[in-house]
Design a protein around this ligand. Structure first.
Ligand code: GLN
Length: 190
């Protein structure tokens, strides 16, 4: 996925950020960003690299995490329109619809007000993005948009305790507020 952009944004937001591909790297982090990309591929790679089980354990034990786009899918407990063998890490009790905006538009951009993000709306870039179909067990909604061509709003940002997810890609913009929000969340959890 787009790890390079996330690393740059996290560093600018004051974090000591590095990539996680191995168990030892996972064990060294205080928090994890799961980037966009392709959720089915990231799922498969996590199994090939032996990261799936340790990651699920770490999330269960309270590792703070932020998933953007494919990362949101991977953090969700339930996926609609996934591939048949697709698995997730299940840390957020939400149901996401993969490639949800697909039939209306593959990719689009819009401004969205997010709970907890001060200073006006965030410019949100959606690239074959999921949306959150439903939330369960205390998951908070941080933001929603009305997708082009629809007349109802769809949830695109959520948080539960120290796990958050957005359908969009803040790392492709110069706006650091989402990464700062996450870094602050991680610091507050320590
Ligand atoms: N459509 C991708 C998936 O299913 C997500 C796209 C993205 O991360 N930009 O995982």
């Amino acid at each position: 996925g787009d790890t390079r952009e996330h690393l740059a944004a996290l560093r600018e937001a004051g974090a000591d950020a590095f990539t996680v591909r191995r168990r030892s790297e996972l064990d060294a982090v205080d928090a994890l960003v799961i980037p966009g990309g392709e959720s089915t591929t990231i799922d498969k790679l996590s199994r090939i690299f032996g990261l799936r089980e340790p990651l699920i354990e770490a999330l269960r034990a309270g590792l703070p995490a932020y998933g953007s786009c494919a990362g949101m899918i991977l953090l969700a407990k339930h996926v609609l329109d996934g591939t048949q063998d697709q698995q997730t890490f299940g840390a957020l009790d939400i149901t996401v619809r993969r490639n949800a905006f697909g039939r209306q538009v593959e990719s689009f951009e819009t401004d969205v007000d997010l709970d907890g993000i001060e200073g006006g709306p965030v410019h949100a870039v959606f690239i074959r993005a999921p949306w959150v179909e439903s939330i369960h067990n205390g998951v908070e909604i941080l933001g929603a948009v009305v997708p082009p061509g629809l007349d109802e709003s769809k949830i695109i940002a959520v948080r539960h305790e120290n796990v958050m997810a957005t359908s969009f890609h803040p790392e492709v913009t110069d706006d650091l507020r989402i990464h700062r929000y996450f870094v602050d969340m991680v610091r507050a959890a320590q």
